[in-house]
Design a protein around this ligand. Structure first.
Ligand code: ZN
Length: 257
């Protein structure tokens, strides 16, 4: 298995998101202008693989995310072993999404591995599709082990009632880009953003942002939560464009669920 470096974990945690495909040496070299990526024009998803050698996997990888999820293996998966017991401590608009950071101690156990919840953030519209259906919003709960193994739990939002927890988060908009500010959500609030962890799809994928690192364990909850039309617009208006990577090829992957 490809070794995932601590650098990847850092990138995933949003600390190096604007220089995701530079190597660590480059990103510390102040004489190099950071290479930016985005969702539009000449820095959009079709150009991510050109950012650096490390980013070639964005176009060459066989386990890229997001995908159109169609279950290929129907088995009874156990409920996700999530234990979200700590609060959110800060919020940041990192230029690509709005990210809520979580205090250490919330975990996701997979087999013998304990993954720690680092942050969650949003994409509009959804990145993954379920049976060819797109949703207006998708939340990604990002977890990492001490060794840098990565796992994501994704939650879809469909149009309906306004979501009270999203209201608390959206209430902080507009955020000053790149500036982390104090923000509290209780563990109950964080748990309320996951409707049910009993039914979900499971497959192997990648980060959906540069450097597109693979071997990320994806878990997409089947039951969507609701979001109002106004809430979707409020999030979209932060950037004035969508922030979802296009669907990638499934190739030979098995999707359990
Ligand atoms: Zn994401």
């Amino acid at each position: 298995m490809k070794k995932i470096t601590a650098y990847t974990t850092l990138a995933l945690m949003g600390l190096l998101l604007t220089t995701g495909c530079n190597n660590a040496k480059e990103s510390h070299n102040t004489e190099n202008h950071p290479k930016h990526w985005g969702y539009t024009t000449d820095v959009g998803p079709s150009h991510w693989s050109e950012l650096s050698k490390k980013c070639h996997i964005c176009s060459e990888g066989k386990l890229q995310s997001p995908i159109n999820i169609v279950a290929s293996s129907h088995i009874n998966l156990p409920p996700l072993a999530l234990s979200y017991t700590t609060q959110a401590t800060s919020i940041i608009d990192n230029g690509h999404s709005v990210q809520i950071n979580i205090a250490n101690g919330s975990t996701f156990t997979i087999g013998a591995d304990k993954y720690e919840l680092k942050q969650f953030h949003f994409h509009t519209p959804s990145e993954n599709n379920i049976n060819s259906k797109s949703f207006p919003l998708e939340a990604h709960f990002v977890h990492a082990t001490a060794e840098g193994k990565l796992a994501v739990v994704a939650v879809m939002f469909e149009e309906g009632e306004s979501n009270p927890i999203l209201s608390k988060i959206w209430g902080k908009f507009p955020l000053k880009r790149g500036e982390k500010i104090d923000f509290t959500l209780t563990p109950e609030d964080v748990n309320a953003l996951i409707a049910s962890n009993k039914n979900y799809y499971k497959f192997t994928g990648s980060l959906t942002t540069p450097p597109c690192s693979e071997e990320v364990k994806w878990h997409v909850i089947k039951k969507p939560l609701t979001i109002s039309k106004a809430q979707v617009k409020q999030f979209f208006d932060i950037y004035g464009h969508t922030n979802n990577r296009p669907l990638q090829n499934i190739n030979k992957r098995v999707i359990e669920g």
